[in-house]
Design a binder for this molecule. Structure first.
Ligand code: C2E
Ligand code: MG
Ligand code: MG
Ligand code: MG
Length: 292
């Protein structure tokens, strides 16, 4: 009997897995504390129309302003949140915060469309659309038409019928949807047709290599054509150089976002950047470079 019990204990006790689970739990507690302590901030990355330099909007990207470790990107902490209660809480904070900032900018005459990233788990919460409706009602000077939800292609197609229902309900509030990291989720044309989304965001992995890799160039070209055929907007993310921008313009994609235009930055820096961008008319240099 003792031998058997020992064996069982051996199977049940997994010190390595236990340590990991404990670390995960305590990290999650830290993150919950961080939300209470207002340590999360949103950075904003511009989205521009390369034809005339117009800043059409900004994507809100979360950062953790850690008291000792400094500004931490989502790759440092988002995976710990997935599947926990904090996922929805943090997601709701992001929505409120982005609406607050968007409303401030609208009141100043900076009429930007603001987008936020919505996790798959948060999107399928029972009361998602009610919370969104309430948040929008709290920010009357931020038009819902200027608020956009970015949903990962993989999340949207995980349960397509459910996604269609939620997206339709939210769209009745006026908000827009984009499909993030498009091209990485293997969605079929049937899915794409069914999904009530406004914009395809070409994944940055294809955009980054499109000037050297013909396959990636082909994918970028294909997504642009697909968007046109389905009457969707298309935006390229990961536009790292003006040469990328020029090549995209040549292919008929005029909306762009990426380090080549600007990195994500705090709201006050964004305002300064926007003034400089318009004053120096930086996008005009695209013409001089031309497509690669
Ligand atoms: P994403 O939504 O696809 O956002 C684009 C990511 O690429 C951002 O990373 C951005 O900083 C980065 N990026 C932008 N332009 C360039 C470029 O030219 N080159 C390169 N190499 N990278 C570029 P970030 O901020 O680290 O965010 C990573 C991911 O984390 C996001 O990918 C999004 O899926 C997720 N995320 C960010 N903020 C939130 C949030 O508030 N809620 C949720 N649920 N997810 C978020
Ligand atoms: Mg995004
Ligand atoms: Mg993306
Ligand atoms: Mg991504």
């Amino acid at each position: 009997i003792a031998k058997n019990a020992g064996k069982n204990r051996y199977h049940l006790f997994d010190p390595e897995g236990d340590r990991k689970a404990q670390f995960h739990r305590s990290y999650l507690e830290l993150l919950t504390q961080a939300l209470t302590n207002h340590e999360f901030v949103l950075y904003y990355q511009p989205k521009v129309d390369l034809r005339d330099g117009h800043i059409i909007g900004a994507e809100a990207l979360i950062r953790w302003a850690h008291p000792e470790r400094g500004i931490l990107p989502p790759s440092e902490f988002l995976s710990y949140i997935h599947g926990s209660q904090l996922d929805q809480k943090l997601g709701e904070w992001v929505i409120r915060q982005a609406l607050t900032q968007g409303e401030i900018w609208h009141r100043q005459g900076l009429l930007l469309s603001i987008s936020v990233n919505i996790s798959a788990d948060h999107l399928v919460q029972q009361d998602f659309s009610e919370h969104l409706a309430f948040a929008l009602s709290q920010h009357p000077d931020m038009p819902p038409q200027c608020f956009e939800l970015e949903v990962l292609e993989t999340a949207a197609i995980a349960d397509i019928e459910q996604a269609v229902t939620i997206l339709q309900t939210c769209r009745q509030l006026g908000v827009h949807f984009s499909l993030d990291d498009f091209g990485t989720g293997y969605s079929s044309l049937t899915y794409l047709r069914k999904l009530p989304i406004d914009t395809l965001k070409i994944d940055q992995s294809f955009v980054r290599d499109m000037l050297q890799d013909n396959d990636d160039l082909g994918i970028v070209e294909g997504v642009i054509r697909l968007a046109k055929a389905f009457r969707r907007e298309v935006i390229a993310e990961g536009v790292e150089t003006l040469a990328h921008g020029a090549a995209l313009l040549d292919l008929g994609c005029h909306l762009a976002q990426g380090y080549g235009i600007a990195r994500p930055m705090p709201a006050d820096e964004f305002e300064i950047w926007a003034q400089k961008w318009y004053a120096e008319r930086l996008w005009l240099h695209l013409k001089n470079i031309g497509p690669a």
